[in-house]
Design a protein. Structure first.
Length: 167
């Protein structure tokens, strides 16, 4: 319905703030505050971009990104969540250069960068693919969607490069 409105009116579709970001002038790996908003009930929602690559100069492998997504959200909760801050979700960027981390509360960018780094170290130390939580029979994800070795190699490369903080 909304899309029809713009198609029929020949007006350009409004872009979300994160689509307007100039991805090419970022030095990945980096963390960037994408935006923050207050809900009608006064809760703060903060979205961070975790970029692994420069747009069109690198891409996360399909199995590697899927495994990272499954692992990072839970592991990062160990380092971010407290009584005032809770991770809602981690979602892949459509261009496969990173993730959006959605949080209730307002952690600092440095706190997010440190949590990302700590979670990547945890991923490197996972001994077997059976440790990927979404591979159990209740989650129902096929093993073919995942690669722990690819996720570990990506994690290693990010740790080696270091994580920049972008404002």
């Amino acid at each position: 319905m909304i899309l029809e409105k713009f198609i029929n009116s020949k007006q350009p579709m409004p872009l979300l703030d994160n689509v307007k970001v100039r991805h090419t002038n970022k030095e990945p790996p980096n963390v960037r505050l994408e935006f923050a908003l207050d809900t009608p009930k006064g809760d703060k929602i903060t979205v961070f971009g975790l970029r692994f690559h420069v747009l069109n100069k690198g891409i996360l492998s399909e199995q590697g990104i899927h495994t990272l997504e499954s692992l990072l959200v839970g592991l990062m909760r160990n380092y971010i969540d407290n009584s005032n801050i809770k991770i809602i979700t981690l979602s892949q960027m459509g261009n496969r250069i990173g993730f959006f981390l959605n949080v209730i509360g307002s952690p600092s960018i440095k706190h997010v960068a440190n949590a990302w780094l700590a979670a990547l170290k945890d991923i490197i130390n996972l001994p077997k693919e059976a440790d990927i939580p979404t591979l159990d029979e209740h989650q129902g994800e096929p093993k073919e969607l995942h690669s722990l070795p690819e996720a570990q190699e990506i994690a290693y490369q990010i740790i080696k490069a270091g994580i920049n903080i972008k404002k």
